[in-house]
Design a protein around this ligand. Structure first.
Ligand SMILES: NC(=O)c1ccc[n+]([C@@H]2O[C@H](COP(=O)([O-])OP(=O)(O)OC[C@H]3O[C@@H](n4cnc5c(N)ncnc54)[C@H](OP(=O)(O)O)[C@@H]3O)[C@@H](O)[C@H]2O)c1
Length: 345
């Protein structure tokens, strides 16, 4: 079996999961290089990795480059993805920089793996909240069609990376230490000796603000759910509207998803479709208080759904509650699954 020279760019929240997943899934690696801004040794799951400072020449000889660095103009992907491609690598990128470009496949392998073949050097991983939603609706979409989606997300701090996880931890300790004082005042940020990664206090709080505010006062995260879903399904006729909310959870994004199907489907049949979908697991037993929770989904590979129920007033309307580990299926796992399909192409 052929083995591949693989590199991982970034060793933050997603990059660390990538290193774990490559090992767990026995990806056929001949050599593994790890790049970040700063050189150092890190230990992940009992293995020590030598992290090298990123440079264009570091991509010499790399077959597959898994990018989990920063986004944006000066981010890792914009600066180095083309350097990697120039040297012969295929880039699988976790950020949003290339997702909506025409010649870049946007892939959830369970749904549109065939798109991988048309890559021109870059394959994009969708946004974490999009991946779990499209996988949860996919079996229904392909069987009876979907004309409308209304989704509210409840997204974990780790969705913003390791600095936000630290912000949640520190704020929680600080607030518990000085509870009576803090409770009377929202101005707590001054007492924290690090740069907050989030626009509001995260501990004991939620806020409807993920990304920047854009058209019609929707946030960039909300638009990602619309535009990326249209691209992945190859169907821009579905009416999608989202409210994305950050919650004081470490890892695991939750979503309340409302769908209106095109054709009629009995509830039991819809549940049956969900339970047969690869990568999806139904946890739905109200009498046992059983439904997916982020604390149970952290570290798991599946996307979980529960609370599946009919809208009593709207024909063909259903609600689903969906939870997934944003660092795994929402990012690192989906990227490694793309790499697994790529080497089979
Ligand atoms: N977190 C999620 O749930 C999630 C989900 C889907 C997609 N994503 C995307 O995945 C990417 C990584 O996110 P994250 O949450 O892991 O972020 P993070 O925890 O903040 O980690 C960022 C990593 O990128 C490295 N880095 C920053 N600038 C770089 C550069 N110019 N060149 C090389 N490396 C650079 C950092 O290096 P140092 O360690 O040396 O500082 C760090 O290791 C982002 O594009 C994000 O949008 C994240």
């Amino acid at each position: 079996m052929r083995r591949y020279c693989v590199c991982v760019v970034g060793v933050g929240a997603v990059g660390i999961e990538m290193l774990k997943i490559l090992k767990e899934r026995n990806f056929p690696v001949s050599e593994l290089c790890v790049f970040a801004q700063r050189q150092r040794d890190i230990e992940v799951g009992g293995t020590t990795y030598n992290v090298k400072r990123i440079s264009p020449d570091g991509f010499e000889g790399v077959d597959i480059a898994l990018f989990a660095g920063t986004e944006g103009e000066k981010g890792a992907a914009v600066t180095y993805a083309h350097e990697a491609i120039k040297r012969g690598a295929v880039v699988i990128d976790n950020g949003s920089d290339f997702r909506l470009k025409k010649d870049v496949p946007l892939v959830v392998p369970e749904i549109n793996a065939k798109e991988i073949k048309r890559h021109k050097g870059i394959i994009a991983n969708p946004n974490c909240s999009t991946i779990q939603m499209v996988l949860a609706i996919w079996p229904v979409y392909k069987t009876v069609g979907i004309k409308r989606i209304i989704v509210c997300t409840y997204q974990a701090a780790s969705g913003v990376g390791r600095s936000a996880i630290e912000q949640l931890r520190k704020e929680t300790f600080d607030l518990l230490d000085s509870w009576p004082v803090i409770r009377l005042s929202r101005k707590t940020k001054e007492s924290i000796d690090y740069k907050p990664a989030l626009p509001q206090q995260i501990a004991f709080n939620i806020f409807p603000h993920i990304g920047g505010f854009e058209d019609l006062n929707y946030t960039s995260e909300e638009w990602k759910m619309v535009k990326e879903t249209h691209k992945i399904l190859g169907d821009d006729k579905i009416k999608i509207t989202a409210t994305c909310v950050r919650v004081a959870v470490r890892t695991g994004h939750s979503e309340a998803i409302y769908i209106e199907t095109k054709r009629q489907i009995p509830l039991e049949k819809l549940k049956n479709l969900l339970s047969k979908q690869k990568g999806l697991k139904v946890l739905d037993s109200p009498k046992d208080n059983l439904y997916p929770l982020p604390v149970d989904c952290e570290g798991r590979d599946e996307v979980f759904v529960g609370r599946v129920r009919k809208d009593p007033f709207v024909k063909n309307g259903f609600w689903l509650w969906c939870v997934a580990d944003n660092l795994r299926k929402g990012a690192a796992l989906n990227a490694v699954q793309i790499a697994e399909r790529l080497i089979r192409c």
